[in-house]
Design a protein around this ligand. Structure first.
Ligand SMILES: *[C@@H]1O[C@H](CO)[C@@H](O)[C@H](O)[C@H]1NC(C)=O
Ligand SMILES: *[C@@H]1O[C@H](CO)[C@@H](O)[C@H](O)[C@H]1NC(C)=O
Length: 356
């Protein structure tokens, strides 16, 4: 006790005399701990966190197999006593990890718009707050949606393959695609991303935008988008865009029944989550030319194994879940996730709450 007190006096005196930085360090022991689940979280977000907390960070990347295996023990080791957890992946948050965290854990901030991987029920039962990062990623995801629309409609997969093989199919009627101009574009889920896609496609001379969802959106009028039922959307649309969160209700909402309602020239684009689509049914529909093509930024599983049957199809254009993967957007997501943790741990409302 005496020894501790003396040490503290010496440390404080020394720090005050020597440098303000050291003085700040001497208070670090009392700072709350926040754990960042991946070694590749942007510096912009770490900076915000370091101003307020002692930041612990996994030495491993929290994606792919390594994210599941090597990272698991690391996180279980680091989490005890942490007040905040920044989740930088789409891997599930397990009960085991929450148990290990114990009652000190007050907030989880996922650096993603979707939160289907966050074990919401378990967080709720434990009174742990949850935030996500919507809005900041909508422009980047919308740009990828436009890319997928063009990539699938203009058959980028087959065409790129020809270029790589040096065997171009040259001719007036070879490898023809579909126009966006004059088409009907159907948006399933006119949230931030859906709206951003409509804004971006406005210059493409689309003839009609329709959308469906739980209710009509006030923003739709200004965007010129008409509210329809899912069935109407499927039967009318030349492009069907999935931009809804994955829930028990939306899981496999594109299945053999709904695919059968789509037009023969229809193009399905998914920037939501892989499980919105029954991939076996999609494979059959594309193989049998029941629909024209598909463009996917999300699949089940991720990564999709390289021998997966979807990759044998010429009329599919697949990207490795890069919707929000731009320098600016990832940095914005990191700062927003960090701001949520700061607010939660200083008694302020979350900036972008899921559970509060
Ligand atoms: C705190 O201490 C570490 C090393 O122990 C040092 O790198 C850092 O610059 C110090 N100051 C602050 C303000 O963190
Ligand atoms: C297919 O999707 C529709 C609409 O989302 C749903 O009502 C139906 O139950 C689904 N059917 C199957 C076989 O999953």
């Amino acid at each position: 006790m005496l020894r501790n007190t003396l040490c503290a006096i010496v440390a404080v005196t020394f720090a005050t005399l020597v440098s303000p930085a050291l003085a700040e360090n001497s208070t670090m022991a009392t700072k709350q701990k926040v754990l960042v689940s991946s070694n590749d979280f942007p510096e912009s977000g770490l900076e915000v966190l370091r101003k307020h907390f002692t930041v612990l960070q996994s030495r491993y990347i929290h994606f792919g197999e390594e994210g599941i295996k090597e990272n698991k023990d690391e996180l279980l080791n680091l989490i005890p006593g942490c007040a905040g957890l920044v989740w930088v992946s789409h891997h599930p948050i397990t009960k085991e990890l929450l148990d290990k965290a114990g009652p000190s854990l007050k907030v989880v901030a996922t650096a993603s718009a979707g939160y289907n991987h966050c074990n919401v029920e378990e967080l709720k039962a434990r009174g742990i707050k949850l935030s996500n990062t919507p809005n900041v990623l909508a422009p980047a995801v919308a740009e990828i949606a436009v890319g997928l629309i063009l990539g699938a409609a203009r058959r980028f997969t087959e065409n790129l393959d020809q270029v790589r093989r040096g065997e171009w199919e040259i001719g007036f009627q070879k490898v023809l695609g579909q126009d966006v101009r004059g088409s009907t574009v159907g948006i399933i889920g006119l949230g931030g991303i859906g709206q951003a896609v409509v804004k971006r496609l406005a210059g493409f001379e689309v003839s009609k935008f329709v959308y469906t969802g739980h209710r009509e959106k006030p923003e739709a009028k200004a965007l010129g988008a008409e509210f329809v039922t899912l069935d109407q959307l499927l039967t009318q649309s030349d492009f069907v865009l999935l931009a809804v969160p994955l829930t028990s209700e939306t899981k496999h909402m594109i299945n053999s029944t709904t695919l059968a309602k789509m037009k023969k020239n229809a193009i399905l684009v998914n920037v939501g989550r892989g499980d919105l689509v029954d991939q076996d049914a999609l494979y059959d529909a594309l193989k049998n030319h029941q629909i024209y093509a598909a463009g996917l930024d999300v699949t089940t599983p991720e990564p999709l194994p390289k021998d997966h049957k979807l990759l044998t199809l010429p009329n599919i254009f697949i990207l490795p879940h890069i919707g929000s993967a731009t320098v600016r957007t990832r940095s914005d997501m990191a700062v927003l996730a960090a701001d949520n943790v700061v607010n939660a741990l200083s008694g302020k409302p979350l900036v972008t709450p899921v559970l509060e």
